[in-house]
Design a protein around this ligand. Structure first.
Ligand code: AP5
Ligand code: MG
Length: 213
């Protein structure tokens, strides 16, 4: 099963993708997590990606596509995956489509997690992330069992550099310009499913399970 998570920054794509990955035994592939791991390890890729991410801009398609195709070519992705944060532009979606086409495959579900802009800025300021395993928490809504420590792997939780209010606003405007058109793109392919991301994260996941079956 090949699933794409769509939605604004902070809509809960990562939170839901993790739950889908566990329940349906699929790898969770997040381009944002891959970039952040590279930034943490100070790789060339990380240095380049950081210049865009810190401003809330998108990393160029060419670089992002290369990273993503490398990742989904790995063995664990053979039976499918949950893509979180990719594609984010029409050209990225077209490359993914043509690569899948070559394999006689297609995207099965594009799940759009809908949350109005007003809710987003509030959510982001409370977010804490684990740079080791990609788990995400919220200091009020989804707190870790022990403050500042990841439940899943015991690493230290951090606030992301791009979660400052000004950067979040830019990420939202980039989303509306470059990523939102993907909603129509996948609707035209008949695979779009929409869920209300303002509900509690467990309820959102129940809605997603009903869709995936
Ligand atoms: P990326 O890491 O993908 O960030 P994003 O899309 O901005 O999305 P977020 O991770 O911020 O939010 P999310 O939807 O995953 O929400 P989360 O579950 O964490 O990308 C970062 C950057 O990398 C981009 O800006 C770009 O520069 C670059 N990049 C990545 N992919 C790229 C691509 N394909 N092309 C080009 N550039 C790319 O939830 C948010 C918060 O809310 C958390 O605190 C969470 O605990 C809380 N929460 C979640 N669900 C709920 C709920 N139902 N109720 C209350 N709180 C909730
Ligand atoms: Mg995320």
């Amino acid at each position: 099963m090949k699933i794409i998570m769509l939605g604004a920054p902070g809509a809960g794509k990562g939170t839901q993708a993790k739950m889908i990955a566990e329940t349906y035994k699929l790898p969770h592939v997040s381009t944002g997590d891959i970039f952040r791991a590279n930034i943490k390890n100070n790789t060339e890729l990380g240095k380049e990606a950081k210049t865009y991410m810190d401003k809330g801009e998108l990393v160029p398609d060419e670089l992002t596509v290369r990273i993503l195709l490398d990742r989904v070519a790995q063995d664990d992705c053979k039976n499918g995956y949950v893509l979180d944060g990719f594609p984010r532009t029409i050209p990225q979606a077209e490359v993914l489509d043509s690569e899948l086409d070559k394999l006689g495959e297609k995207v099965d579900f594009a799940i759009d997690v809908e949350v109005p802009d007003e809710n987003i800025v509030r959510r982001m300021s409370g977010r804490r992330a684990c740079l080791k395993c990609g788990a995400t928490y919220h200091i009020v809504h989804i707190p870790p069992k022990k403050e500042g420590i990841c439940d899943a792997c015991g690493s230290e939780l951090v606030q992301r550099d791009d979660d400052k209010e000004e950067t979040v606003k830019n990420r939202l405007s980039v989303y509306h310009q470059q990523t939102q058109p993907l909603i129509d793109f996948y609707d035209n392919k008949g695979v779009l499913k929409t869920v209300d991301g303002t509900k509690d994260s467990a309820e959102v996941f129940e809605d997603i399970k009903r869709i995936l079956g």
